[in-house]
Design a protein around this ligand. Structure first.
Ligand code: C5P
Length: 301
């Protein structure tokens, strides 16, 4: 049973609802390995409208429980959403006893889009909304840091530079109007394993993060697309690298301004200026893959 942080302050019967948006990496650079076993990263993150629905219900029951539409997801403390509720209780004294967290998953699981972290961030935001003396966004992100490396960014949302373990955040300008086509091929990639394959001193190429930040400042969509880059793509096992490349080629062939793998994959996305080209890319990929989505930039949370 998860540590609930004590008695809940939310009235019984109350229901809270919110969206948890998927994140994409416009860039991902790994700067080095740290003493604590994690890596120092430099990433430009962006939230898109593909979203899970998160509902919190206060019941008279014991513990914290998570219910989802995917039977294989954990419903106990292994689920980041439950850990987030407990961490919020610990930080504020407003415990999570009796909380039911219902998650309607749309974001593919283990896909490089921070679905679990985004669910956890949505729980933090919803609990904070009920707090008469709410934590600031910075404080809430700090609570998220204890739950997972991507949670602080998911608390903030929008476009942001994430550095350190992922917790040092700088908000960035939004993207100009555009479309994203997302495609998750049907094989898993283990994040720790992929980190294990990286030798920071031997990376062939790195993203031009400075140039990407300038392109974002200038609202230059082509400049942004040209600089999208993920160092993980260079260390993928050959078969996975080939599968990722095939999707990128399909997206570019349909008119994407750029295409890149998100996070530790395997989701690949293409950035499009015109909806027509994005629709064409969607149609082409749907013939071969199940998890394909056409989305836009998410509104700020
Ligand atoms: O923090 P989180 O549990 O999301 O990280 C998952 C795994 O990814 C870690 O166990 C670690 O292997 C790796 N990781 C890392 N450096 C980071 C973030 C994650 O090595 N900055």
């Amino acid at each position: 049973m998860i540590e609930t942080g004590g008695k809940s302050q939310i009235p019984e019967g109350l229901t809270l609802q919110g969206e948890a948006f998927a994140k994409l990496n416009l860039s991902l650079d790994i700067l080095g390995r740290r003493e604590d076993g994690y890596h120092d990263l430099c990433m430009v993150m962006h939230s898109v409208t593909l979203a899970d629905q998160v509902t919190l219900k206060q019941t008279g029951e014991t513990g914290v429980r998570v219910e989802t539409n995917l039977h294989f997801l954990p419903n106990d403390e292994k689920n980041l959403a439950a850990r987030a509720a407990a961490a919020y209780g610990e930080a504020t004294g407003r415990g999570a006893e009796g909380l039911r967290i219902q998650i309607q998953k749309q974001i593919p699981v283990c896909a490089g889009m921070a679905g679990g972290s985004s669910d956890a961030a949505a729980v933090l935001r919803l609990l904070n909304r009920q707090n008469p003396t709410p934590l600031s966004v910075t404080e809430l992100a700090k609570v998220g840091e204890k739950v997972g490396s991507d949670v602080p960014y998911c608390v903030l949302g929008g476009t942001a530079l994430a550095e350190g373990r992922g917790e040092r955040l700088t908000p960035l300008p939004p993207l100009p109007p555009c479309w994203f086509v997302l495609c998750k091929p049907p094989f898993p990639i283990s994040t720790p394993e992929l980190f294990g394959r990286v030798n920071c001193h031997k990376l062939r190429c790195r993203p031009d993060t400075e140039g990407l930040l300038r392109a974002l400042e200038d609202g230059d969509l082509e400049g942004i697309a040209r600089r999208m880059y993920n160092v993980f793509e260079d260390v993928l096992p050959p078969r996975q690298a080939a599968a990722i490349q095939r999707i990128k080629t399909s997206l570019i062939g349909s008119g994407a301004l750029g295409a890149v793998m998100s996070g530790s994959g395997p989701t690949v996305f293409g950035l499009f200026e015109a909806e027509e080209a994005a629709q064409k890319a969607l149609g082409n990929l749907k013939r071969e893959y199940k998890d394909v989505f056409l989305v836009k930039s998410a509104p700020l949370v």
